[in-house]
Design a protein around this ligand. Structure first.
Ligand code: NAP
Length: 240
């Protein structure tokens, strides 16, 4: 059996193609996740827990198709697969570093840095950094006008005056144009998530001449890596 570490559209496409050969693992952060194929939910319990899971379920290969910012899971996968002697492939969608507008963005290494940079920009600021990190922006932007867009808003307590939007991608150009025009954003903060599902905001920000602040991806330990679902499926076919 192939274990797909999921939570992304790429993982769903892999699961659809691999069918009964695969099981998808989700962290369980989203109450109503979009799922394809057989799914398990919840953490494994660190490196040792994942290594034990691989042995117990006779996993023959692991595809880490998690989000580029799910660094803890990706690091654990490298260690656990090495310990268990199970082949690992990381499927990483291409970064936005090569986006036509990338050279004009402000690239930062952390959410704290992004928050300080955003505080200097024209408001309102659109935050698209995920539910787990939205609150990191409160100390620097608490007194500013902010619109925070997250997939699921449950449990987020934000300052008065912040607008919380709960919506799940993919986002279209027309939809983003309407949203950006309605709020008159001065700046936007995003992670370098990569991929087409949330890319429209980058073009619309450029059309409106907005400052874009991009949080760089976390560094990960080296392992065999591909950037497309098709390449991951080819690798999966080679596994026992
Ligand atoms: P993370 O910080 O790297 O992971 C923290 C812990 O959560 C892991 O050590 C693991 O717990 C558990 N975990 C994470 N992904 C898991 C998975 N696919 N299956 C089982 N356990 C998992 O992860 P995260 O950034 O919170 O992301 C969580 C999930 O959301 C991932 O599946 C990711 O693909 C998806 N996602 C993340 C983002 C993002 O921006 N971070 C965006 C979209 C989707 P144990 O140590 O107990 O095993």
């Amino acid at each position: 059996m192939i274990l797909i570490l999921g939570g992304t559209s790429e993982a769903r496409r892999l699961a659809g193609a691999l069918g009964e050969r695969a099981i998808v693992s989700l962290a369980g952060r989203t109450s109503d996740p979009v799922t394809v194929g057989t799914t398990r939910r919840g953490g494994f319990g660190g490196v040792d827990g994942l290594a034990a899971y691989l042995a117990e379920h006779q996993v023959t290969a692991v595809i880490d198709a998690t989000h580029p910012f799910a660094a803890g899971m990706s690091r654990n996968a490298v260690e656990a697969c090495m310990a268990a002697g199970v082949p690992l492939l990381r499927l990483t969608r291409p970064s936005w570093q090569d986006h036509p507008q990338a050279a004009g963005w402000r690239w930062v290494d952390s959410h704290d840095e992004a928050a300080l940079a955003a505080a200097e920009q024209a408001h309102p600021v659109l935050l698209t950094v995920g539910r787990q990190h939205t609150q990191d922006y409160v100390p620097a932007l608490g007194g500013h006008r902010v619109v925070a867009r997250v997939t699921e808003a449950a449990g987020l307590a934000l300052p008065d005056g912040w607008v919380l939007l709960s919506s799940r991608g993919p986002f279209t150009l027309d939809g983003e144009r309407a949203l950006f025009a309605a709020h008159g954003f001065g700046a936007m903060v995003t992670k370098d998530a990569g991929g087409p599902m949330t890319e429209a905001k980058l073009q619309v920000a450029a059309e409106r001449g907005m400052q874009v602040i991009v949080v760089r991806r976390p560094a990960l330990p080296p392992t065999r890596e591909v950037s497309t679902v098709e390449a991951a499926l080819l690798w999966a076919q080679e596994q026992a």
